[in-house]
Design a protein around this ligand. Structure first.
Ligand code: ZN
Length: 277
């Protein structure tokens, strides 16, 4: 836009005589460098815009130098797109205000021009990631009215309960704590191969972690299965950690005593030669 926009200095250079006065500040002759970099009206708008990004006006009155400064700053900013757009949006709005003053009757203050700039950003539908690393970036988005994309909710996972094979008994166990550790509870259901419930339990176990709660749920359900003298156990737990530990046959210390008491039952029914630790 340098030497393309019909600022007074460009028009005068083409041999058209005119008395020049900046419509924005009424203090100096209108030239490209004054209008877009030196005019106190423009600088006031720049300052409000740069303040959103935590920047100060660099006091540059040379367009190539200003563009280089802008590109340098862009490399270190997270909000690159809003920053890159700013150079054109701010200049365009101030140029429009200058023309409104000269050829119309509208006189907006720097504050109102800045408000128009914010509305351009709000209508731009720029996509801002929700993974902004600094609070200053979030504040910048709020000041410019940019919407931060909310996190996409995870896809729901459909889970069906299936009856165990004929002759088998299914144990469904679960445990959780509010706070991890926090107030913890356990529960479980035992069903036969027809899907009929033959046992269930729910207990509050005090302040525990999720892992302890999940393991306690398994142990209590196994103790109940032992008491009911059920055979061919099929155990389902939603705790990957508990499943992995049982499959690796590395029982944690906090349930070791209870596991030992279950050893004859487990070895007899479904785990032959089951080492404890
Ligand atoms: Zn001026």
């Amino acid at each position: 836009m340098h030497k393309k926009l019909p600022t007074d200095d460009v028009v005068s250079a083409k041999g058209i005589p005119l008395a020049s006065k900046c419509c924005l500040c009424d203090e100096q002759a209108e030239s490209f460098n004054h209008l877009f970099m030196g005019c106190k009206f423009f600088v006031a708008v720049w300052k409000m815009f740069l303040d959103c990004f935590g920047m100060s006006w660099p006091n540059i009155e040379d367009l190539p130098l200003l563009v280089r400064w802008w590109i340098r700053k862009c490399k270190i900013l997270v909000l690159k797109e809003p920053w890159s757009m700013g150079l054109v949006i701010v200049a365009d709005n101030v140029w429009t205000e200058k023309n409104s003053r000269r050829y119309g009757s509208r006189f907006l203050s720097p504050f109102y021009v800045y408000d128009k700039i914010k509305r351009v950003y709000q209508d731009s539908k720029i996509s801002i990631s929700d993974r902004l690393p600094h609070i200053s970036d979030i504040m910048c988005c709020r000041r410019l009215g940019l919407i931060i994309n909310p996190k996409c909710p995870p896809e729901p996972l459909e889970i069906f309960w299936c009856k165990p094979p004929s002759g088998w008994t299914k144990l469904n166990v679960d445990g959780s704590s509010m706070g991890n550790p926090g107030r913890a509870g356990i529960g479980g259901v035992i069903r036969n191969d027809l899907g009929a419930m033959i046992g269930s339990f729910k207990n509050f176990i005090g302040i525990q972690s999720n892992y302890v709660a999940e393991f306690q749920a398994l142990i209590v359900c196994l103790l109940m299965a032992k008491k009911l003298r059920v055979s061919s156990l099929w155990i389902e737990s939603d705790s990957a950690a508990v499943v992995a530990v049982v499959q690796a046959r590395s029982i944690p210390w906090f349930v070791a005593q209870q596991w030992i008491s279950l050893e004859p039952f487990l070895a007899f029914y479904f785990l032959e030669d089951f080492p404890l630790f």
